[in-house]
Design a binder for this molecule. Sequence first.
Ligand code: KE4
Length: 423
Amino acid sequence: SKEYTRACGVIPGGVNSPVRAFKSVGGDPVLIEKAKGSKITDIDGNTYIDYVASWGPMILGHAHETIVEAISKAAKKGTSYGAPTVQETQMAELICQMVPSVEMVRMVNSGTEATMSAIRLARAYTRKSKIVKFEGCYHGHADFFLIKAGSGAMTLGVPDSPGVTENIAKDTLSATYNDLESVNTLFKTQGNEIAAIIVEPVAGNMGVVLPRPGFLQGLREIADKNNCLLIFDEVITGFRLSIGGAQEYYNVMPDLTTLGKIIGGGLPVGAYGGKKEIMQMLAPAGPVYQAGTLSGNPLAMASGLAMLGILKNTPDFYTKLDKKAELFANGLAQNLKQAGIPGVINRVGSMLTMFFTESSKVETFDEVMTSNRERYAKYFRLCLDAGIYLAPSQFEASFVSAAHTDEDIEKTLKASLGAMKQL
Ligand code: KE4
């Protein structure tokens, strides 16, 4: 498109974040003009029912009046002071109240900043340097996360992006999601050097993959046995699965939690928090340095306070949202059967992924990789042409919001069946 070509002249790939470029589904991305509730509208006036939800934040739907009102009210008082405000204290108190394992919290501006800082803190606290992450999990773009598994589980990580040095890669070990044995193998030989295990308690970045029963508890026990911190990266699951996120939903408590997306109501906000004893090591209370010009800024706090306030005070918010998402997922499963298309739908709460795979289940990265990307790409395009905006990648989560009506779901299921019949 003309506007996308124009963007490509001045922005790498024409986007400010790679997944938006539709690379894995083909064709040019649509450029968005505005959004309201469950709908987004592109610059040509085409309206779509949106299941990307800005990759998670828009759990209440777009341009929610209470949030818009809170932001505009705050903006009139100035957008950033670079000085402490009561609103930051209120936000921290609310997060500590809502997220069970968090006793103290630091605001930052993105999920990447939150996870990057949590790792630095864990290394400082344990005085160890290695970290364990899981293949298929994504924690933002800090160098030490852009690592792919070495050839064998025993070998050190290797850079997964140019610009990441071997030196950095050697401290990141990769394990297999949902496979506690792969974690034990690493700890057997390197346990005394491992500062932290970081995990998406429900994986969202390889498509939605649920933790097998006992997996999260198993990580908790391994961390305890090895003087290593367990970090739950709840940037997606925080305030998505329940008020207290995945740690409340599965009742497994991490030492540190990273948050983002929903917490800012769509404004740039991240946060990390946990036990006071650990968090007190952060400057200026302690020696571990981390800073940010716009961290905790008044607009983001106003937006976040409004968002969390609604989630906390709306009776049965999550029960209702999950029910709607369950109906949606059941409808998709019926569509697959009716169209005679093999597929697996993974859902927890209002986050889900439909994998076009012959596999009977998708519980591991290897099973994720059996997905048929070409089929997903075709399905995506057919749905887009029918006014349904899905995640432009088989390996991302889709989200149902409180703004999606039964009519939206019905229209989506109809379009989905039509698309499946053309696969
Ligand atoms: P940001 O730096 O993009 O705010 O957060 C990084 C991050 C950390 N942890 C988890 C579990 C995440 O999912 C993310 C970001 N998610 C991606 C896609 N799911 C955001 C979309 C994008 O990269 O544009």
